[in-house]
Design a protein around this ligand. Structure first.
Ligand code: NOJ
Length: 450
């Protein structure tokens, strides 16, 4: 164990955002409508019917934002590309659509910040939803392939690190089962299972398209929000239980991606609702990645239970369990330690990035113009302690991206939830680094938990 709370020298400190959440101005330079743009127009689907028309406006303010990143000292900026800017109707190329990303990438590199690109972070062209039923259809996967191939060709001369898709569950189950995400449908189990499979296939297809079209050697991985299982306390049996639970709870997503097949117990459980797939698809889905990205927010506690089907039992959070400012945001910094450890122990993964971690808090600007988010600072510091523990013990954690660089459009919560370490005034678009941003800056400067 290290005694000075220091991170390895080459640890990647970064910040993350996503196109629809920060850019605004989605239709400029020939962009098309995304499912989220359409969803925002459906009354009552998004808090206060907020939309992404302007948001924090990074499309216009990227230079200012990059100066903020430089001040923070981050080495990497994870952002996503808006698919409908490039293929407005899902199928026809808009050559001007890539210009914004070229400007953004060049400006980042000029300022010494590495661009880390997510190909798909939920803003798929609405036209594909209308034409094919979105992720219900493999036609959408084909359209993704064309988009990813094109983008890779245009930017891989300067971008080295790519993510395929972000959080399969959120653009499949939340979109077609609970309906809280665009396009807001509530469909049957078989259809939903097909969207999840198509989400895995989208990952595999994008992975292959990036590798096939890259102009230089690049690195590629997925971003998943797998349930991160934490042993309720770290006895040998509970550790084993948590590790098994990690695999079991990802049975329809990360587990087939890592193992090339759906686990038997899952196929049995799904019965007639198993999605349609074949061996070639499973091969594509499970092609080797260079790293695994984990979005970690809240823990899933488990204990060993010899009588349970898989040898573990999930412990629900008690009523008074502490949370940050989201119904699901239970505090549990140990996830930042257990995610890389489980990934190494289960599947021998050698590089893990925390691609998102952070929290919503009820930020208010104080009379002196500062935002004293001691709650977020506390939340982050404990995750850094867990990250440092992971690196000190030799688990393959290589970097960390805070979610988020700035307050942004929090999907169905609109602008009512603030996840940024930089405060955004949505009237003036003024940016104000919060206390947590100053804390993050010092952390990066010392490369240690401060
Ligand atoms: C994960 C998603 O990738 C991101 O878009 C979202 O804003 C954060 N979680 C917070 O909910």
């Amino acid at each position: 164990m290290s005694t000075n709370n220091c991170f390895p020298k080459d640890f990647v400190w970064g910040a993350a955002t996503a196109s629809f959440q920060v850019e605004g101005f989605t239709r400029e330079e020939g962009g098309g409508e995304s499912v989220w743009e359409r969803f925002c127009k459906m009354p009552g689907r998004v808090a206060f019917d907020h939309n992404g028309d302007i948001g924090p406006g990074q499309f216009k303010k990227y230079k200012e934002d990059i100066q903020l990143m430089k001040w923070l000292g981050i080495k990497a900026y994870r952002f996503s590309i808006a698919w409908p800017r490039i293929f407005p109707d899902g199928e026809t190329l808009n050559p001007k659509g890539i210009d914004y990303y070229n400007r953004l990438i060049d400006e980042l590199l000029d300022n010494g910040i590495e661009p880390w690109v997510t190909m798909y972070h939920w803003d798929n062209p609405w036209a594909l939803e209308e034409k094919f039923g979105g992720w219900r259809s493999k036609e959408t996967v084909k359209a993704l392939e064309k988009y990813v191939a094109y983008v890779t060709d245009k930017i891989s001369d300067r971008v080295t690190n790519f993510f395929t898709v972000n959080e399969i569950m959120c653009f499949t189950s939340l979109s077609y089962e609970s309906g809280s995400h665009a396009p807001g449908l509530r469909l049957d189990r078989k259809t939903v299972a097909q969207t999840v499979h198509n989400g895995c296939l989208a990952h595999g297809t994008a992975l292959a398209a990036i590798r096939a079209n890259a102009r230089r050697p690049v690195k590629v991985g997925i971003v998943e929000n797998m349930p991160v299982t934490v042993p309720a306390f770290a006895s040998e049996e509970n550790i084993v239980a948590a590790r098994n639970a990690f695999r079991v709870m990802s049975a329809s997503k990360l587990t087939p991606i890592m193992e090339g097949k759906y686990p038997d117990f899952w196929l049995e459980e799904m019965g007639n609702d198993v999605p349609e797939f074949d061996d070639a698809e499973m091969k594509l889905i499970s092609a080797p990645m260079d790293f695994v990205g984990c979005n970690v927010y809240a823990p899933t506690y488990v204990i060993a239970d010899a009588d349970a089907m898989h040898g573990f039992r999930e412990i629900p959070h008690p009523a008074g369990y502490p949370k940050m400012d989201m119904p699901w945001l239970f505090i549990g910094p140990d996830i930042t330690y257990w995610a890389p450890r489980h990934l190494k122990e289960l599947w021998n993964v050698d590089a893990v990035y925390i691609t998102e971690n952070g929290c919503a808090a009820q930020d208010r600007m104080a009379p002196d113009g500062e935002v004293y988010d001691t709650d977020r600072t506390m939340y982050l510091r404990h995750h850094f302690m867990a990250a440092e523990r992971a690196t000190a013990e030799g688990w393959p954690l290589k970097g960390y991206f805070v979610w988020s660089l700035m307050d942004n459009f929090e999907w169905s919560w609109g602008y009512t939830k603030r996840f940024g370490i930089v405060y955004v005034n949505y009237e003036t678009l003024e940016r104000t680094p919060k206390l947590s941003a100053k804390f993050y800056r010092e952390t990066i400067k010392q490369n240690a938990v401060v």
